[in-house]
Design a binder for this molecule. Sequence first.
Ligand SMILES: Nc1nc2c(ncn2[C@@H]2O[C@H](COP(=O)(O)OP(=O)(O)OP(=O)(O)O)[C@@H](O)[C@H]2O)c(=O)[nH]1
Ligand SMILES: Nc1nc2c(ncn2[C@@H]2O[C@H](COP(=O)(O)OP(=O)(O)OP(=O)(O)O)[C@@H](O)[C@H]2O)c(=O)[nH]1
Ligand SMILES: [Mg+2]
Ligand SMILES: [Mg+2]
Lengths: 292, 279
Amino acid sequence: SISDKLTTVFRTIAGKAKITEDNIQEAMREVRVALLEADVNLQVARDFIAGVKEEALGEKVLNAVNPGEQFIKIVHDRLVELLGGEREEIKWAAQGPTVIMLCGLQGAGKTTTVAKLASRFKNQNRRKPLLVAADVQRPAAIEQLKILGQQIGVPVYAELGGDPVQICAQALEVARMQGADTILLDTAGRLHVDDALMFELENIVARTKPQEILFVCDAMIGQSAVDTAAEFRKRLPLTGAIMTKMDSDARGGSALSLREVTGVPLKFVTVGEKLDALEEFHPDRMAGRILG
Amino acid sequence: LLIRRKIDEALLDELEEALIAADVGPRLALDISEQIRQKYRNKEIEHAEEILDFLKNMLAEGLAAETEMSLGRNPDGPTVILLIGVNGTGKTTTTAKLARFLTDQGHGVLLAAADTFRAAAGEQLDIWASRVGVDIVRHKDGADPAAVVFDACDAALARKLDYVLVDTAGRIHTKSNLMQQLEKIHRVAGKKIAGAPHEVLLVLDATTGQNALSQAKLFTEGVGVTGLVLTKLDGTAKGGIVIAINREIRLPIKFVGLGEKETDFAPFDPHEFTDALFA
Ligand SMILES: Nc1nc2c(ncn2[C@@H]2O[C@H](COP(=O)(O)OP(=O)(O)OP(=O)(O)O)[C@@H](O)[C@H]2O)c(=O)[nH]1
Ligand SMILES: Nc1nc2c(ncn2[C@@H]2O[C@H](COP(=O)(O)OP(=O)(O)OP(=O)(O)O)[C@@H](O)[C@H]2O)c(=O)[nH]1
Ligand SMILES: [Mg+2]
Ligand SMILES: [Mg+2]
């Protein structure tokens, strides 16, 4: 583990701890490798290490009984600080319905997640949600959302065939008629480099003016998370992110990349296939997981 | 001489970074750049300009070596192919693509909808079956996946078909009960048709980072993997993690997924792959 490695870095032959410029450098290298193996983006890892260097050369480490431990603490605390900040809940509309749009790459977990959110908002926040099946492209995507909606007792608005932008716009009207106060838009997975489909998302945003635009990201994503997130952020006013499949052994370093590149907070994580497998994001747990 | 040496140090750093950016992983990226540095010192590489080509070739050969690129084949009856992998990697879509690939070659193909768990999984594969024009065996939601496979093998034997493609549910590789379920599917297939499954394809998402190593290891330990399919290569991710996997387990990459249509599918080409890695 990284703690073992750092303890070794700062230990001399006599078994006592010793700090030198050299082993601080070595410690930084070990942390860098740990971050990269956790899928933190290369540039983000570099910036992060540069950010802790000053503190690492400071009093706390130099005078510490166990410098390796102190070093880890600095790294861990800094990670928590970058990942966390204030816990942000959903930006509920002060008046009228709240529109929440989910977007992301193919297979990230959007459809499953949008149903989990609907269930949570209904049961914990006493909201009256409407799910909107705006993926008209993937085979049986509408059916998938309808089944999930049934399982949690939330209505699903869908149109067979048709244009996702129109469907979302129409959903606002349907919500008004049904008295739904929370409209959740499930969009089709898409590549950030697919101009036409990114434009489609921009149009959905323009027509429905969501209070929340949540980027759904798979915890196992690697280095390309930065390009992906940057492009989504460039084209859409993202307000948050959700990291999925955190029940796997993926370290989830993309969480740091996401935060650094988009500036948006991770609001939730999902931890399984069942519809109650949705949790609030905990920066300290994530930091520990990334560091391994 | 000094200037020439300076150029390639910077170049070696650049190559190491490109490898990391491609998800090869930090330790292997360093290893590889060290290897290249050695070859350059030993004059196996003459000029700095040759370094990139040398590296591409070295990586491509590594991926091609011991690679049985063709699909496993049953000489005495239907060939059974299992498609397995973590949630959302593209198994169902790949099953459809593989069906199209095989029917284009004139083979008779049957699909087995062995994901009886996820919402609309059967419907999704059903739609693909009609699009591609192949038969499909489906049971009710919640049915035993192994029973679906059993029936599908029966049907393929009866209809004298060449391939049974088994689409399984996505599963996290660290969940032992789900790995056991997969192992049961494997066993049942083997009881029904000798030697089945003749191919077990692990479907990997090209955007996956270092976790793909854990996936490859645990799926191989759990049920045995005979080949990889690397999907979503039409995105910006390079899928370099397969180079890291290749160092640890010999898993031939058989196909790549290049989009969401049934024709967005091709046999793996190591040289094309390594070219794209540094593009
Ligand atoms: N283990 C696990 N599986 C998950 C999680 N979230 C989603 N899944 C699974 O991941 C797979 C993909 O989920 P979907 O909801 O269909 O993903 P999507 O983003 O809507 O996919 P597209 O619409 O095709 O882009 C399904 O098998 C889900 O059950 C999670 O937190 N943990
Ligand atoms: N761009 C792109 N998308 C792909 C590719 N392969 C699959 N997809 C998309 O990825 C998403 C998930 O594909 P599925 O085939 O449902 O994945 P799966 O592994 O069967 O998912 P689960 O059964 O839920 O585990 C869908 O939106 C597919 O269209 C590919 O090669 N390129
Ligand atoms: Mg979906
Ligand atoms: Mg599937």
